[in-house]
Design a protein around this ligand. Structure first.
Ligand code: FMN
Length: 192
């Protein structure tokens, strides 16, 4: 059912929290200054060209830094890197003790050492998205860290770990030239 008043933002956060994501640290560099920000609003967008999108709060320092730098890296955290996620999500400003980490020089913006994987990006566009900017990044380089590959998971507002025992293969993510028709019965149940 639809209604004219928009849903409650808190409920929206809770419902979106059901969508499990990984956790990344975005790094950018202006002159000698490196700035990092924890982000999970990161999504692969296009294969040709290679593009991803990143949602950045308009109030975040990162917003201005990205405009100035024009480049950034997306660093995908391992499940034992929770202190880094907290540190780059305002922990540093709140006086949190600095966890151990290092930056690895990588073109115009560094990558975060010890991560699961990193993507180097050039800012391809910045679009309006309500109280956030939608930053489109053109992927210019890729780095895959050594195994084991145990990602940090963010789900329902908590940091979690994958259970490697449950890993069923998913279908190939190819676009089909044949449209798929799904029919619903009167009760809204999928009967295709
Ligand atoms: C798990 C997690 C995910 C986050 N994802 C985002 C995000 O995608 N975009 C964003 O703008 N802020 C996100 N934040 C909040 C920023 O990390 C936080 O506001 C940070 O202090 C902004 O840093 P800055 O103002 O120094 O750039 C996230 C925080 C956490 C803990």
């Amino acid at each position: 059912m639809t209604s004219s008043t928009p849903p409650d933002p808190k409920l929206y956060r809770r419902v979106m929290g059901q969508f499990a994501t990984g956790v990344t640290v975005i790094l950018t560099q202006v002159d000698e200054e490196i700035h990092g920000m924890t982000a999970n609003a990161v999504t692969s967008l296009s294969l040709d060209p290679l593009l991803l999108i990143l949602g950045v709060d308009k109030k975040a320092h990162m917003a201005e830094m990205l405009q100035r730098a024009g480049v950034f890296t997306v660093n995908i955290l391992r499940d034992d890197q929770e202190p880094l996620s907290r540190y780059f999500a305002g922990g540093a400003r709140r006086g949190m003790a600095k966890p151990e980490f290092h930056f690895v020089p990588w073109g115009r913006a560094p990558r975060l050492g010890g991560c699961l994987a990193s993507l180097a990006c050039q800012v391809d566009g910045i679009l309006e998205g309500g109280d956030h900017w939608i930053v489109v990044g053109r992927v210019t380089d890729l780095y895959e860290g050594p195994p084991p590959h145990h990602p940090m998971i963010f789900y329902a507002g908590r940091y979690r770990q994958l259970d490697p025992a449950h890993a069923d293969p998913a279908p190939e993510l190819e676009t089909s030239p044949i449209p798929v028709h799904i029919f619903y019965d009167a009760w809204g149940d999928d009967i295709s």
